[in-house]
Write a protein that binds this ligand. Structure first.
Ligand code: ZN
Length: 162
């Protein structure tokens, strides 16, 4: 066109129209590209922030897992020691008493026997009334006494208040 090679005015007009239209389309696409780049930048910023949060959470999780594992190892060691200590302590006890204790311990939040102290059950913290105390007082020392409220084995001590 610039070299004057197109002599037909209609062709020239049509081509100029196409050029204007193409220029408009290029400008529009450039605008779109800028918009997409701006959005991409926003999304990248959000992504970076989320990735940082995930990394921080992962780090915290790893720390917590480490603490949990150390605590579990401590508890396992403590459990082992307690099991070792328990052996000789229960060796002389009657099997039915041990079975009762283990059953109660399992159903009473880990406490199968409680001291009777100042007329109160150490398991449920309920004070025994006079008639219950009278029954316990008249029960032989080697008989198993149980709390009427919580059913735990009551261990009589000098501080029982009998
Ligand atoms: Zn009780």
């Amino acid at each position: 066109m610039d070299q004057g090679l197109i002599t037909n005015p209609k062709d020239l007009e049509r081509m100029q129209g196409e050029l204007v239209s193409l220029q408009r389309r290029i400008t529009s696409l450039e605008d779109d590209e800028l918009e997409v780049m701006a959005r991409l930048e926003d999304v990248q910023t959000t992504l970076d922030s989320l990735a940082a949060q995930v990394a921080a959470a992962d780090e915290r999780l790893a720390g917590l897992a480490e603490t949990r594992d150390a605590r579990t190892a401590d508890l396992d060691a403590e459990l082992g020691t307690l099991a070792t200590d328990r052996g000789p302590l229960v060796a002389g006890l009657p099997e039915d008493l041990l079975a009762l204790y283990d059953k109660l311990r399992a159903s009473k939040g880990g406490v199968g026997a409680a001291a009777l102290r100042a007329r109160e059950c150490g398991g449920c913290r309920i004070s025994l009334d006079a008639s219950e105390l009278a029954v316990i007082r008249s029960t032989a020392e080697d008989e198993v006494v149980r709390c009427q409220e919580c059913q735990r084995i009551l261990v009589r001590t000098p501080e029982s208040g009998l």
